[in-house]
Design a protein around this ligand. Sequence first.
Ligand SMILES: [Zn+2]
Length: 74
Amino acid sequence: MNSFVLIAAVVHFAVVVPVGRLQDRFQPVKTVPVKKADCPECLSCVPAAATRCAHCTTEPAGRPGFPAQALQTR
Ligand SMILES: [Zn+2]
């Protein structure tokens, strides 16, 4: 039991922690602001570029707050 905890701690600090630091260094989290609008049917907050609401499957394109281009491409 003691050897298991010791080996687990060594693996954690020798492998998991350095790999996490390397991932943070080379793949920083990118936050891109996404314009959102309220779905006209269920009032959920969905991206304005969405062609279909993820909550109620309504097609909000062309309605107020949503671009009309999505309707023309279909
Ligand atoms: Zn909806």
